[in-house]
Design a binder for this molecule. Sequence first.
Ligand code: C2O
Length: 632
Amino acid sequence: MGGSGGNPLLPSNRENRNEQLTGLTRQFKLCLISLGSVIFFIVIAQGLGLGLGLGLGLKHRGPNLSPAQSSTFHVAENDDSRRLLEPWRLDTSEYILDTTTWDINAAPTTRVYNFTLSEIEGAPDGVVRKMFVINGQFPGPLIRANRGDRVIVNVTNHLPEPTTLHWHGMFQNGTNWMDGTAGITQCPIPPGRTFLYNFTIDNQYGTFWYHAHYSTQYLDGLFGPLIVHAPEEAHFRESYDHDQVVIIQDWYHNMSSALLPGYLASGNENREPVPDNGLMQGTNFFNCSSLAVNSGYSCFDNSTRAVISVQKQKRHRIRLINAGAFAAFHFSVDNHTLSVIEADATMVEPLDVHRLEIAVAQRYSVILTANQEETNYWIRADMNTLCFDAKNPVLIPGMKGILAYTDSKEDPKDEKSIDWSDARNVMCQDLNSTSLIPAVQEPAPPADVFYSLQFSFGIREYALDRAYVNGTTWKMSDIPTLNKVVPELRAGNDTFNITGVTPSYDIPNQYIIGIPQSQVVDVLVTNFDEGAHPFHLHGHQFWVMATSWEQYFPWHTYGSLNTTNPVRRDTVTVDAYGWALIRFRSDNPGMWAFHCHVAWHLEAGLMMQFQTRNDLMKDWTLPSDVLELCSA
Ligand code: C2O
């Protein structure tokens, strides 16, 4: 599948869409919007009297096309005017976490954020497209808090479709209904409505992120970093002077809803749309002339790479987040060793690496010491294209950013900036989990119960290529499973208080495992698909007991697993035709999604739920504002 992905002429079949444009009108509308934005751009540019010479810079690619027809536009711009004219671009200097005035010991407080979600036209890498953004900007704003704080996010949905926001990695202990998982913990927020997310951050700190959890929506721009500090951080801060977030992601030049139908179509053999580009801090270079003559895209020939500034001899903590849809990245910085100190909000003993693999939704903190000659160096985030099923001619998989010791934003010089010679892992695997040793030791207790989950893709009862977990493919329910379960438990209905696989309460397409009391749970996840899948468990961190690229778990090893101090995280990659054994304590009441975080796979149904602590859930009453979302 090519960069324009899917079949642009197929209508979107996404459920619950307000907007039911046919594919054709959608395309046409997009063209008009794109054209409109170029004209708008010119008008504004001239209005500002910037003397940009746009008449010369605007090139039509393609022979004698009338404006209403598709053609690729190139618009040359200089850097500064571009910044002036991009109100939709977040100034990512807010991702620099000041360590001097922020008080990690402050008394608990309430942090209030107002998020207005809207649809805009933007061009993060120069290619104009429709995007979904928060407060008019991309990427999303930083949420920053201390452990113990209450976070209130007032979400106003001005999108043309429903939405939710999920706080990836937050335990939400006692507030499962704030988890933001459409169809599981809430009905989505309808267009035009507001909803207040309100939760307290207990017992955790580190690097998290938030993102929309409705269909594949987050990859259209709805995500941002969520950083939680704690007094314990003082100790770790002794080993770094600066702290900042760096978000990397893959990027498509189309709305995800336009790419989905082509992906799910039967006969497509689970070929995920291949990204068109990568972004670092929401920006990257793109070569407009690589677009086909009649691609239909407008493209500004002035895209820029991310610049991360460092100070000579200072130690910089980089909190890396892969907020992408599909691609795993190899991350490295030329000439600089990286010291890994955090994985998914678990502080680990420093581990020196030249390159690290990071799957979708994972986070790592690395310390980079700026001890090299004062010039610029490449930051490399290479997409692992070996994990893609197809090729995209416009994709340059080796995304680069610039590590700058000086004010210069110039490209690093070949003779100064030297890539590490270490081989890239070709297998789409996680950074070896056994080399990650949590700094705070927590032995894995013996398991009380064991569940096996097996997944694969197939065309079974639907005329679409869907994912199946133990034979069930997930589809968003109109009634969130939480809303169904809580009142029945309250009423003492034992049908809803089940140990093991539940009858899914007559809600179609749900696979639910009930663990009524607090227990230690082993889950063996076996992958019968040829791709690697990063699995995320909501509301918990799990111990990664073991992973393998071999198809079957060697049962003779079950009694001798290393339980001393295995790494704890919330997202683990299950290797192609391999397995992962995870262990968690089901001490957090609620309905918790467990799913592959590749946005395409999630939408194809690669998700199940754990229903935990009925003994506590039976006393719950869901807040009326949460319930009300379902009656809209
Ligand atoms: Cu990042 Cu279901 O979540």
